[in-house]
Structures are given as C-alpha cells and as structure tokens.
Design a protein around this ligand. Sequence first.
Ligand code: ATP
Length: 485
Amino acid sequence: MGFLQTANAAVRASEADMIGSGSVLDVWRTVRARLRAEYGDILYAAEIARLRVEEDRQGRVCVICPNAFGRAWAEDNLGARLRAIWASVEAGPRDIVITTEATMSRETAEPAHAGSGALDRAALRSGAARAPLAAAPAPAAGEGREPRFTFDTFMVGSANMMAATAARAVANASAPPFNPVYFHGDYGVGKTHLLAAIAHAVGLGESGRKALYLTAEEFLNGFQSALRARDVQPFKDQVRDCDVLLVDDIHFIAGKQATELEFLQTLAALMAADKQVVLASHCAPGELGAADPRLRDILAGGFACPMNGPDLDLRRKILDCKIAQARRHCPDLEVPETVRDFLAARVTSSARELEGVLNNIIVRTAYMNRAVTLETVEEALGELPVKAEKRITVDDIQKAAAAHFSVTTEDLVSKSRTKTLVRPRHIAMYLAKTMTTRSLPDIGRRFGGRDHSTVIHAVSKITEALSRDAALAEDVEAIRRRLRG
Ligand SMILES: Nc1ncnc2c1ncn2[C@@H]1O[C@H](COP(=O)(O)OP(=O)(O)OP(=O)(O)O)[C@@H](O)[C@H]1O
C-alpha cells in the first residue's frame, strides 16, 4: 500500500473510531479537510490523519493524539491553526484540548468528584490514589507519565553511565542500595527520563512494588490544596503510599517553608520505613541555596549523582534512538548518517535540544515535501533558535525580562493580573517560544503552571503588536541583547 493510501486507510480507521455528537464530528471532518489542504498530504498522513476527536462531559472538544510525542507536535505545529479553523466552522465558542489516548482513558476512569488536582493524577498514574481524593482503578502495570521514557530508550555514554547504573539498581532492588538517590544536572540531560524509567520498571516488576512520580510543583499544589481544605491527612497518605517515591525538580520548593517542611517529613517517614526516595534537580546539593539545611543533610546521607551534557558519541546514539521513534509514526522518514553526524556535531548542549532540532527538521522538511538532506538541514538550522553558541533557557529569559522591567521572577510567574506584570510576562513567554525549543505546555508550566493556551495567547499578542509598537520592539530587542550577553 502506498503512503497516501495508508493515509486514507488511517482516515477511515480514525473515522470509525470517532465518538461524540454528530455536530462535533461534522465540524471535525470539515476542519480536517482544511488542515489537509493547508499542511499537505505528507504531514496529513504522518500526523493529522491519526488524530481522533471526542466531546467530553464539559462540552470541550478533545483532539486525541496516539502518544505524547504526537501531542507535543500537534500542540506546537497545529494547535493555533486548528483552533482558528474550528472557530470559523462552528458557531459559538468552544474549548479545544489537545491530549493523548493515555490521558483520556485516565480521565474517563476518574470519577466526576475526583477533582482535577495534579496530585490526584500523579497518584492515579502510580496506582497509589485512594479515597477520598480518588477511587479510580489502578492503571496498567508499568504505566508512567511518559510511556516513551524507559530504560530501553535511554542511551548511555560516559556523561550518564553512573546515573543510568544507579537508576537500574534502584529499579531492581527491593532494599534501597542508597537512599535517597539524587540526580542533578543541567537542563535536558535526561533526569526526568531516568526518573520515569525507574517508575516504569518498578511498575512492571514482579515484586508488586508501587512507584509514585510527581514533580515538586505537584507536591506543592497538592499540599496547598490540602491545607485549603483543612485536611492534610489524605495528602500525607497518598504521597506515602508507595515503595518508591520519585520527585522531580526539587529546587522548585527550596525556600517555600511550609511545603519544604512537609516534604522533609515525607522523605523522613518513607526512608524510616525503608522505602526508596529518588530526587532530581538542576542544582548540585551545595547549590540548593534557599533550601532548608535539613534537606541538604538528607541528600548528603544518600547518593548524589551528577549528569552531564552528552558527548559526540552519545549525541549520535540519542539521535538514532529518536529517529527510530519518529519513524514509528512517520514510516517513510529517512535521515542519512551524514545528516545525523552533522547534527550531532552542531547541536552540542543537551539531549532535549538535539531532539527539538530533529523534530523541527522532520516537520519542516515534510511540510516542504523535501527529503532530509545536509542541504535542507543546514538551511533549517540557520533559521532555528538553537545554535551551537550560547544556549538560552526559560530561566535565563525570565531573569533577563525581570531585570529589564525591574520586577522579580516570582512576580513574572505569579497569578497577578496587574498591567505592569502582564506585558512583561507576555514578552517573556514570547521570547521563551522563539528562543528555546520548549513546547507550549512546557513553557506554560514554567510560568506558574499556566495552560498552553495562555502561552499561545501571549505569543500571538506580542507577534501581532511587534510590527506597530516601537516601544515593545525595543523592549524585546533589549532583552534579547541582555540574553546574548
Ligand atoms: N540519554 C538519553 N537517551 C535518550 N534520550 C534522552 C537522553 N537524555 C535525554 N533524553 C531526551 O531528552 C529530552 C529531555 O530529557 P529530560 O526531560 O529527561 O531532561 P531533564 O534533565 O529532566 O531536563 P529539565 O531539567 O530541563 O527538566 C527527553 O525527550 C529525553 O527523552
């Protein structure tokens, strides 16, 4: 069967799968046809034809992608256009959520009263949730936050050999070999991937051990909701009902006293019961400046494991792995070895950046209906925000924007809608989208846990205003100059 026939078969299959009201399906057919005309047959076959649509209980349209990779792609490359076309086809406002099959099945399993707190979901992922926060059935064994983040897809080299070995030891051991294990390293070096791989492996193991993965921000939100409800016991029970607790980005709660105290008590309770604790952050233990000294003591008693940026050989392996993953839903993708080696040599800072550049190239070349060659890649690299020179992070952007507008980074990510903060926040979001390879949801998370649609709104507002507002253009340029040092 040819590529486009495969695409048409996929359309028929996805039509057969569609659930929901007749009108939503009719609108989706029209929207999909318009997207096909705009994006072309190759991208349509590779990505759009695989989407399915459902209307949820709140009347939102859920555009469902087969996996997290597809969702990230759809969010970044399709989201704004899809929403605009939908609005032009259907009368009246409509919330459109881009999601994955795994999230949908979890949410369908969640009872209506279970609430939407991040912690409830995190707990459900681990099978650790229980009344009164949630009474849903446990997910399948081995289900993790990111199903693609497993040990099999984690490439090992000298930069991360020690971390990978420690992670496997934690996943396999029923008695903690070292406790806690603390992975620290720069952005995008694979800390979350390793934590998710441990959770995945523990879930699949035969020991019946339960792993609970959550970010420090989820811990904070869960704890604060419990405080607001004046009942912290269910929260305490949830986070302690596991054999392996994995908490990502712990620098997020450093210095947030009440949450940090609860966190320390959680770690102490679990470790006293011989349960394993695994933590990750950007900071080496000595760099957790604002952290409670007791957290540093706990870390000093365990195993702090640095993770470094990948060397050339590891970058090649990571590219091979990501290309193989992309080929699963883009079967005709060909990336010659010369191109892979060129990318590995040019994009040097982190695995995330490498993956971001590769995804961009795949989508751009497919969009232009061109093969992935050295020429097309060089061309694309010239236009991408990623250069081998200085890598700019969302944190850098927040700091530079805060300094430029004489506000604090806390103000910038706060919920405040004060005029003096909204504009700097929108500019910082715009710069995060245009100067980094972070996805829209990721940027939203880094701006105080906002939704991707808020980021889309900020980016389009700034983009539109730039051509007519000289003061705005000057602000943006000044922050860019500050970032490039
Ligand atoms: N060794 C590796 N093998 C394969 N993929 C990797 C490896 N290291 C990182 N990646 C990929 O790079 C991307 C970023 O990794 P991850 O999110 O784990 O980084 P991180 O260190 O947690 O970053 P941050 O601190 O910014 O959250 C992911 O898609 C991950 O799969």
